[in-house]
Design a protein around this ligand. Structure first.
Ligand code: FAD
Length: 549
């Protein structure tokens, strides 16, 4: 071998535990009553650290493949996944990502589960989709226990069973969700798919469904919650992959989408022609029935985006703390410190915002004394967070990618994958505008939601004059708010900034809180790294750097 040069000034392999290295996450877990889960989070931090090195790459580089027919021409609707996908799914299910808070409704259970998802999604995002849908389906399935009890047993089992067999032969089940049709995803009331009762109509009864869905992710799920028109309006149906008679149901996968990102997760177009399904809840109440599932998936979208931010930040910090330029580590250059500190604050604010909502879910789930307040708080905090955190992610990830220079643009690093993932959560489960319109709707129709939100913000009143001023203005904006769609984004943004400031003041690192107040409350945030007061930057960066091991 001809030796032409020594390889120097490259960072070492980034091999680390996603929990033990994340001080902000550990702090949130402790403060929000999930300290009892530390041991399992530590173990999952190690596992996801390994997936980050290998499995996540394989699951995405070897994309799922649709085999519509077998070699003899029979229609089989089979999607094949790489082993890495199954390994990730197995770990997620066994750790309790789809089931933990439902199986163990104790204080901190949603927080502990959120920490699991936060780590898993950093290593690989595609498998978060089926586990999220399975997790989120539980409240909707509970609407029709006479039908769904055996399904719930499988969903909550912590057993991953990828076999393409009827649900009643399997120990572990996954659930998908199919609402979006070609003519409209935001406007699901325009759904064209129709349901015809097989015998008597009504809740829990079987129907045949005919129509299509334009997006149906995780098409190998054991069952799907599907919206279709009944004579009384939209109904919510549980459509099993196999009929109760052991026949493949009449669900036809037409093709898999060729997507910008989220490659490990198959997203399909499906048609169904007389597909056997049960009505969950009443005819005409479909949107209400599926709404609880939608609320949980929206929560997971913000959780997923916060987790992408953390991974992007961790990669940027690792690179910059090992790479020299002009005789100094990148982390020692003032201009780079500005960028990294800003990214670290954005990441911590997004994580704390999300974890506060997880805490609210725990309080609701455990019927705590403040459960009513928490329900109202969530009504507004969910669309606010779904809009803001998901919307901030692509910029944040792009800036983290740029910290790597050219190597961040190369597929051998995880950065291109994170970048491709970064816009998705903002589209899924209701795009940005839809969330902001929901914020307006919540304020207009549920005064208790606005009150609960402002009460939450009031807890930090008096901690900082910039915050107090911002809060007073926000209160005026909310109380004088009329349903004006043109102002929806502006109002939702202000609601989000106020809550993130409050969360950093209450739970965060004091230097991060100060940074947030001076760059996002005293003024509007423009681009990353534009702060002029650099006093605490290194402390913020130092705390966020993931330690190896
Ligand atoms: C990778 C991927 C996987 C998916 N998986 C699934 C799945 O498993 N199941 C499923 O059901 N769906 C799935 N979806 C679909 C997704 O939920 C929809 O794409 C989304 O809800 C938007 O619907 P749409 O695509 O029809 O866009 P549209 O509804 O046409 O919206 C287009 C744009 O118009 C805006 N808009 C709409 N209405 C208004 C309004 N009143 N005022 C202002 N602006 C408005 C929206 O904000 C958006 O920016 C998936 C999507 C992707 C990308």
């Amino acid at each position: 071998m001809m030796k032409t040069h020594d390889v120097v000034n490259q960072p070492p392999v980034f091999d680390y535990n996603l929990f033990s290295s994340d001080l902000a996450l550990q702090h949130a877990v402790d403060r929000m009553d999930a300290h009892w889960s530390r041991e399992s989070l530590l173990a999952y931090g190690r596992k996801t650290g390994v997936h980050l090195q290998h499995t996540g790459f394989d699951a995405n580089n070897f994309k799922p493949v649709l085999r519509s027919h077998d070699r003899f021409g029979h229609r089989i609707n089979q999607v094949d996944y790489h082993d890495a996908y199954h390994a990730l799914m197995r770990d997620a299910v066994e750790a309790g990502m789809p089931s933990l808070p439902w199986n163990k409704p104790c204080e901190g259970a949603h927080v502990a589960r959120s920490a699991l998802v936060y780590m898993h999604n950093q290593a690989e995002s595609g498998t978060t989709c089926p586990t999220t849908m399975t997790f989120s389906a539980v409240p909707a399935l509970k609407h029709q226990l006479d039908v769904t009890q055996p399904w719930l047993t499988g969903v909550l089992s912590k057993h991953y069973d990828p076999r393409n067999r009827p649900w009643y032969e399997k120990d572990g089940l996954t659930i998908g969700m199919a609402m979006t049709e070609k003519q409209g995803g935001s406007d699901v009331r325009a759904n064209q798919s129709v349901a015809r009762p097989i015998g008597a109509a009504g809740a829990g009864k079987p129907y045949y469904l005919t129509g299509h869905k334009w997006f149906c992710s995780a098409p190998m799920s054991d069952g799907f919650l599907v919206l279709a028109q009944t004579p009384k309006g939209l109904g919510c149906f549980l459509m099993p992959r196999w009929t109760p008679d052991g026949e493949l149901n009449h669900i036809f996968i037409q093709r898999l989408k060729d997507k910008l990102g989220n490659w490990s997760n198959a997203s399909s177009e499906i048609e169904f022609n007389g597909a056997w399904s049960w009505l969950i809840g009443e005819e005409g109440r479909g949107i209400n029935t599926i709404l609880e599932m939608v609320a949980m998936t929206r929560f997971d979208c913000m959780l997923g985006s916060a987790s992408l931010m953390r991974q992007a930040l961790a990669q940027a910090l690792h690179h910059c703390s090992h790479r020299d330029a002009f005789g100094q580590k990148l982390t020692e250059h003032k201009a780079m410190q500005n960028v990294l500190a800003d990214l670290a604050v954005e990441s911590e604010a997004s994580m704390l915002h999300t974890m506060r909502l997880a805490r609210a879910l725990d309080n609701i789930n455990c019927n705590a004394a403040n459960a009513e307040h928490e329900k109202h708080f969530m009504r507004l905090a969910t669309p606010v967070g779904k809009f803001w955190i998901c919307k901030r992610t692509p910029d944040m990830v792009a800036e983290s990618l740029e910290c790597h220079g050219g190597s961040g643009f190369v597929e051998e690093s995880i950065m291109p994958r994170l970048f491709r993932e970064s816009p998705l959560n903002s589209i899924w489960e209701g795009c940005g505008n839809i969330q902001c319109l929901d914020v307006l709707r919540a304020i207009a129709k549920s005064p208790a939601a606005a009150d609960a939100y402002l009460n939450e913000l009031d807890c930090e009143r008096g901690s900082d004059s910039r915050y107090d001023h911002f809060l007073s203005q926000l209160k005026r904006d909310i109380s004088s708010s009329v349903f004006s769609p043109a102002s929806a984004r502006a109002l939702a943004s202000r609601c989000a900034r106020a809550l993130q400031a409050a969360m950093l003041v209450r739970y965060g690192y004091p230097s991060s809180a100060e940074y947030f107040l001076s760059t996002r409350i005293a003024v509007e945030h423009s681009i990353y790294g534009a702060a002029t007061d650099t006093e605490n930057h290194y402390a913020i960066i130092d705390r966020a750097i993931p330690a190896a091991g």
